[in-house]
Design a protein around this ligand. Structure first.
Ligand SMILES: [Zn+2]
Length: 564
């Protein structure tokens, strides 16, 4: 009898916690999407033994909690080109590829403005919280996000926020109707926004107070050293960092001291701070402050928070995927993630059972090109500046003198349409001359012309699919360049990059846990575009306008999703 009463009370508690909304279906109270910039899928398994256990006592772990207690898609890929931060983030919450979303690169040549533009640049909305700088808004994103649909479906009652060191990451995930989007400003060493969100020109009161804690500035002089036993480094391929860059005066070997080459705190030191894992801790602590202050998870409608951990990318570019720094950053990120999840457990009514957490990445990264060359691995570098010269020379040889190339925005080259029209030269003829010149450059796999892409005259290959999905008719260029596997468009001998349609750049983690998610390890090949429709279903809202993805059906629990 007593047991039965306990069961009834327990059921009532669970029911209250889950079916908290008086109207409509059961939904998560809070959805948190965390993208880790340049976090390759294999970092989950390569460093698994160094991560916290899935659970210890009442505390949950970080990655392993999600891998073991959540739905882990081990073969998730980005399907577009180029594999860069802007396009990668634009896919995650829209389910739309750049051919629809318009986010064809981080920067591209704008034919109307006749200049290079940045994917979230918008001069109409000046920055708030700092002096100067270019204005920012989501206006160049041509489709809606899950957050936009959530706002529309709840009469604006849902709260949608974004936070990341990188403006483009937070802005492109949050969307057009978000309540607030915040990013890091090197100059002030704090979080800033733009007039697009902060119409009155001031940051929220709580954020001003939070910025006044000066967490990045207080890290001046702090040392970043290896946090694991040196035995853990035996798995690394370039443990000596012979090919590392020296970002923000941090040096190429542990220990790294945050000074930015300055005597006292300042922008260069803030930049150095951003290139350490401590900035991930700062981002997640700031996200928790946002959740507390904005009372996310406590509203009548479900709330959404999108976060990007950007430091992994700054560190990975400099030291490469096989460095002690990337290993240590991954391990520290795991701890910060665990702290964040445990705090969510306390902050949201009903704990993690009422939260949906997604962890993924905007792209991976290639092994350092120079290291690959020296080791005999297929890979290396080609210089994009030299490539532009080669194209210019080929076009001048074919059509006479003139400035034939007007821009380059990875992976596209832009030809001078005015000059071509004036000289009576057909565009497709000029495209072919440019493409043939590019294809003679060592390290380039192929160059695809605008005419062939738009007419569907591409080979039926995975690479051509990436090219097509990444090509927007109004924004992409005249020739799309794809490197050979292992090669990268880079003039630098040190460090590495990402951008190509190969596994090391496309293969990213996809972990989901929480409300309505069926735990398991899923080996089917899925797309990062599948995240958005899955979240839209869990939130019971319309899929974003350009959504191409499919619902991740195997990971859906049926039980709590039935309308009550
Ligand atoms: Zn990135």
């Amino acid at each position: 009898m007593r047991l039965r009463w306990i069961a009834v009370v327990a059921w009532a508690l669970v029911a209250c916690a889950n079916a908290w909304s008086a109207e409509g279906p059961a939904r998560p109270r809070l959805t948190v999407v965390i993208s880790i910039d340049q976090f390759r899928a294999d970092y989950l398994t390569r460093f698994e033994d160094l991560y916290l256990p899935a659970r210890s006592g009442k505390r949950v772990g970080g990655f392993r909690y999600l891998m073991e207690r959540g739905a882990w898609f081990v073969d998730a890929h980005h399907d577009h080109l180029p594999l860069a931060t802007g396009p990668g983030h634009s896919v995650l919450l829209t389910g739309a590829y750049p051919y629809k979303s318009g986010i064809v690169s981080n920067d591209w040549y704008d034919r109307e403005a006749k200049r290079e533009v940045y994917c979230v640049q918008d001069d109409r909305y000046p920055l708030v919280g700092t002096e100067g700088g270019e204005g920012i808004s989501p206006a160049r994103l041509l489709v809606t996000t899950v957050g936009d649909e959530l706002k529309m479906a709840t009469g604006n009652r849902a709260k949608v926020f974004g936070i990341a060191l990188k403006d483009r990451a937070a802005v492109l995930m949050a969307g057009h109707l978000a309540d607030g989007v915040f990013w890091f400003d090197d100059k002030t060493g704090g979080w800033v926004s733009s007039r697009y969100w902060q119409r009155n020109g001031t940051l929220p009161e709580w954020l001003v107070r939070w910025n006044e804690r000066h967490i990045p500035q207080n890290a001046f002089g702090k040392t970043w050293d290896l946090s694991v036993d040196t035995k853990a480094l035996r798995r690394l391929w370039t443990p000596g960092n012979e090919y590392a860059g020296d970002p923000s005066h941090l040096g190429v070997h542990f220990p790294h001291v945050i000074t930015g080459g300055l005597a006292t705190a300042g922008p260069a030191a803030n930049r150095a701070f951003a290139t350490t894992p401590f900035a991930n801790e700062y981002t997640l602590q700031s996200a928790l402050q946002l959740i507390r202050e904005e009372r996310l998870g406590h509203h009548e409608a479900p709330d959404l928070l999108v976060i990007n951990l950007s430091s992994n990318d700054y560190i990975g570019h400099a030291y490469g995927p096989d460095s002690p720094e990337v290993l240590d950053t991954s391990v520290r990120t795991d701890k910060y993630l665990a702290d964040f999840l445990n705090s969510l457990q306390d902050l949201v009514p009903g704990g993690l059972a009422n939260v949906d957490v997604v962890v993924t990445a905007d792209h991976g990264v290639a092994p350092i090109g120079a290291a690959a060359e020296d080791a005999g691995l297929p890979g290396g570098r080609w210089d994009p500046n030299r490539a532009m010269e080669v194209v210019q020379e080929a076009l001048a040889k074919a059509f006479g003198p003139g400035k034939w190339v007007v821009g380059y925005g990875e992976p596209c080259l832009y030809l001078n349409w005015e000059l071509l029209d004036h000289a009576g030269i057909s565009r497709d003829r000029a495209e072919r001359v440019a493409a043939e010149a590019l294809e003679r450059i060592p390290g380039i796999y192929a160059a695809y012309t605008r005419s062939d892409i738009l007419a569907g005259r591409l080979p039926r290959t995975d690479i051509a699919r990436h090219v097509t999905l990444g090509f927007h008719p109004a924004r992409s260029g005249d020739v799309v360049i794809v490197s050979l596997p292992g090669y990268m468009a880079s003039s630098r001998k040190t460090g590495t990059t990402h951008g190509e349609p190969y596994a090391y750049d496309t293969h990213v983690p996809l972990l989901l846990a929480g409300f309505g998610i069926k735990p398991g390890v899923y080996t089917e090949r899925v797309s990062t575009a599948d995240i958005a429709p899955t979240l839209a279903w869990l939130l019971r809202v319309q899929e974003p306008s350009g959504c191409d993805g499919h619902i991740l059906t195997p990971a859906l629990a049926t039980e709590p999703l039935r309308p009550r």
